[in-house]
Ligand binder design. Structure first.
Ligand SMILES: [Zn+2]
Length: 117
C-alpha cells in the first residue's frame, strides 16, 4: 500500500481537482468519465462512471486543502439542494458526443431550471 506523502503546499483548486480525478481513474479501470459535483460550501463529490452510465467507483467527497469535508456536508452528505455545478470530466480519448450526452443525462439528470440565486 505505502502511504502517499503529499506535500502540504498550497495548490490551485483546479490542480487539486484534477489530481483527484486522476486518482479515481486509476482506481476505477472501467471508468470513462468522472462526475464532478461542486457544492456551495466548496466541497465536491466525485464518482467514476462506466460506458453505460453506471457508477464505476464509490462516491468520493473531498474538500480542497482540508483534512475532511465541512460540517454541513457531514450533516447532509452534500445535499442536492446545495449543488452549484455538475459536469463530467472525460477520459481521453473522449467518447463521441452522443455517448456523452446519454451518460450525462443518466448520471446528472436532465438539467432542470435552477432556482435563481
Ligand atoms: Zn461542504
Amino acid at each position: 500500500m505505502g502511504a502517499q506523502k503529499i506535500p502540504q503546499k498550497k495548490r490551485a483548486v483546479e490542480q487539486g481537482e484534477r489530481a483527484m480525478i486522476e486518482g479515481i481513474f486509476e482506481g476505477s479501470p472501467d471508468g470513462i468519465g468522472i462526475a464532478v459535483i461542486r457544492l456551495d460550501c466548496g466541497c465536491r463529490k466525485m464518482a467514476a462512471v462506466d460506458k453505460n452510465g453506471e457508477a464505476a467507483s464509490k462516491i468520493i467527497m473531498y474538500r480542497d486543502q482540508a483534512e475532511s469535508i465541512c460540517e454541513q456536508c457531514k450533516e447532509d452528505n452534500g445535499d442536492f439542494m446545495r449543488v452549484t455545478e455538475q459536469f463530467i470530466r472525460w477520459k481521453k480519448p473522449e467518447p463521441d458526443e452522443q455517448t456523452k450526452q446519454k451518460i450525462e443525462a443518466k448520471v446528472l439528470g436532465t438539467q432542470e431550471q435552477q432556482p435563481a440565486h
